[in-house]
Design a protein around this ligand. Structure first.
Ligand code: M6R
Length: 615
């Protein structure tokens, strides 16, 4: 949440900062702002906009005056936590004199007590944010005579919470100071230019010389020098970041929006993710885990931790893991796991699933699991992300950058990778025979082709969706492996179309929710030919009997299912445990079409940001 960019050493600072903010906009779009130091000594120029939909564009307004000789500059695109999305709450925030500007991602938990102390000392606050205290703390330390990095270090020592900060100071025009704890921050270098940003995508157009900044480290970035120190002032070596993504991967490439592009990239995202995982004899390759088969076989259980769509992928994975590897497996919402005093230990393999590798709930849940002695594996799409660095081992989904706020290609890639991993565990535990392994491996390898078959029907999916574009209440039902699919379909519809969509295990309806079903209710059911198809269709009958309209995700050519429902989103048949990789595709398209029909921007759903870095 919130995107940060900073640079020093460029005469084209405003353009680069604005373009960086456009790339980072998926992290939040409540407001935007830029501050640039004047090398000619007239201080810091700061402009901000909270105009929904064109805040970044506003910063390019030709009537705005910016330094002719720019020094260091910082920019911010906001997802509001503390304080409404107004101009005054937009970043960068300034100290009392306007000689220090700060951008921030995260939450300063003790901001109230810090603000009270600062106000008592005579500082005046001009926003309702938690961020502004940082500018005043640095001001106080700087006035005491501390050099900029020392002043930042001293301020950071007083902060509780998670944060990524980037700061410019009028009295050292070429200096950017950056610091972080938990929230992400990347450093980049170019010829006589230094950069700081929340993520790789914002820096790729300028440089591939990237480095990570560790927790509680402070970076001084100058045009020809980067110096990193810890909170005691000890020098820290920069850790380089190896990047495989190219610049075009983070652009729309001719599609109307990122979501459409990413939906169409799903076959290659899954294929790339599975590449090299299966040998011809069906055995699996997860060498990068650094865990031998006997080490894997020694775990007594597997716990998957994740949020949102990644949680739904984790739920599918837990079912596949129990089914194939015959080891107790469960999936938990990371934000709950962290605080529930879970009993785990060295006998547990904890797999955290996170597209970004940054979601703060999943990160803290992983840290909690590590504290309790569990071995942790991060499944993430972002090389060098915080989870990738902190977990005991990493498995990467190779889906390329996912910019659309609604997860699509990464969700499918996560399921594919985790199902392959379930087979790997099954081999390690000696509980799968060669024929079953070959069959399951072949089914997984076939999924990219089947996703393409779904995408060939995209217009059919859109036309079914159009018929229900005005409906405000949906129920999504599925059983066993169909339930995570139902959850994901409902989440897509909620976040994109802003309509109520409840997902239930179909058998659970009779235990209460069926009371809501009356003529006009729309039920979307996952009705592919899994082992529970008959039971699912019996549940469908119960809904129909009460007047519900039924839309079924059903297999191509399944006339029987088609005859029992009102509309069909057809998908090619696949092995039961691969069905989440296929059946989610029409539901993504269904939600997209309803969102578009309602005039919503699928790339910028209201109230959301791509990466949730605050609790
Ligand atoms: O980056 P993560 O996978 O950890 O993100 C988890 C969720 O925030 C994310 O999946 C969210 O639910 C998406 N908006 C779903 O489309």
């Amino acid at each position: 949440m919130c995107g940060i960019i900073g640079l020093t050493g460029s005469s084209d600072a405003l353009r680069i900062l604005r373009e960086g903010l456009e790339t980072l906009e998926y992290r939040g779009y409540d407001s935007a702002g830029i501050a640039i130091v004047d090398r000619d000594g007239s201080g810091i120029t700061r402009h901000r906009s909270a105009e929904q939909g064109h805040a970044i564009a506003d910063l390019g307004d030709p009537s705005l005056v910016w330094p002719v000789s720019p020094g260091a500059g910082i920019g911010h695109t906001r997802w509001a936590t503390h304080g409404a999305p107004t101009h005054d709450n937009a970043h960068p925030h300034a100290d009392c004199t306007g000689a220090i500007s700060v951008v921030h991602n995260g939450i300063i938990e003790n901001h109230r007590e810090l603000a009270a102390a600062l106000v008592a000392e005579g500082h005046s606050m001009s926003s309702a944010t938690d961020t502004e205290v940082v500018a005043h703390l640095i001001e106080r330390e700087h006035l005491r005579g501390l050099a900029p990095a020392d002043a930042v270090r001293s301020a950071v020592r007083e902060l509780r919470g998670d944060f990524a900060l980037c700061i410019v100071l009028a009295d050292e025009p070429d200096l950017l100071v950056a610091a972080r704890r938990t929230s992400p921050l990347i450093i980049g270098t170019g010829p006589s230019v230094g950069y700081v940003a929340s993520d790789i995508a914002a820096l790729l157009p300028m440089t591939r010389e990237l480095f990570t900044l560790g927790d509680d480290e402070v970076a001084e970035v100058r045009p020809n020098e980067i110096r990193v120190t810890d909170l005691e002032g000890g020098l820290v070596e920069l850790s380089p970041l190896r990047v495989t993504w190219d610049v075009r991967a983070a652009q729309k490439g001719g599609y109307d929006d990122f979501m459409t592009k990413e939906i169409h990239e799903q076959p290659s995202a899954v294929a790339e993710t599975l590449l090299g995982r299966f040998a011809d004899d069906g055995t699996t390759d997860f060498e990068e885990l650094g865990l031998t088969r006997s080490q894997l076989a020694a775990f007594h259980r597997v716990v998957f931790l994740a949020c949102g769509s990644s949680y739904h992928a984790a739920l599918s994975a837990s079912l596949a893991t129990e089914h194939f590897a015959r080891v107790p497996a469960s999936a938990e919402v990371a934000s709950e796991f962290r605080y529930r005093g879970a009993v785990i230990g060295p006998e547990t393999l904890v797999v955290v699933v996170s597209q970004s590798g940054e979601s703060v709930d999943t990160l803290h849940a992983m840290r909690e699991a590590k504290l309790q002695g569990a071995t942790t594996v991060a499944v993430t799409n972002v090389v060098g992300s915080v989870m990738a660095r902190e977990a005991d081992a990493v498995l990467y989904t190779r889906a390329g950058p996912e910019i659309g706020v609604a997860s699509t290609k990464c969700h499918l890639a996560q399921i594919a990778l985790l199902e392959a991993f379930a087979l790997h565990l099954a081999i390690a535990r000696g509980v799968i025979d060669a024929a079953s392994l070959t069959r399951a491996g072949a089914a997984l390898i076939e999924t990219p082709r089947l996703i393409t078959r779904c995408l060939d029907k995209i217009e059919e999916y859109f036309s079914v969706a159009q018929r229900y574009a005005d409906v405000n209440d949906f129920y999504f039902l599925g059983r066993r492996i169909g339930y995570p699919i139902a959850l994901e379909g409902a989440l897509k519809l909620k976040e994109l179309a802003y309509v109520r969509a409840e997902a239930y295990p179909a058998g659970e309806m009779k235990h209460g929710p069926i009371a809501l079903i009356e003529p006009g209710a729309i039920v979307v059911v996952v009705a592919t030919r899994t082992t529970l198809w008959e039971k699912v269709m019996a549940n469908v009958e119960e809904m129909r009997a009460r007047g519900a309209t039924i839309i079924a995700v059903a297999e191509e050519g399944d006339d029987e299912t088609e005859s029992l429902v009102d509309a069909v989103l057809s998908v090619p048949a696949t092995m039961e445990f691969c069905s989440p990789i296929i059946d989610v595709v029409p539901l993504q398209c269904f939600a997209y079409a309803i969102a578009r029909a309602r005039g919503n921007d699928p790339d910028r759903p209201r109230n959301l940001a791509k990466v949730v870095t605050v609790e």
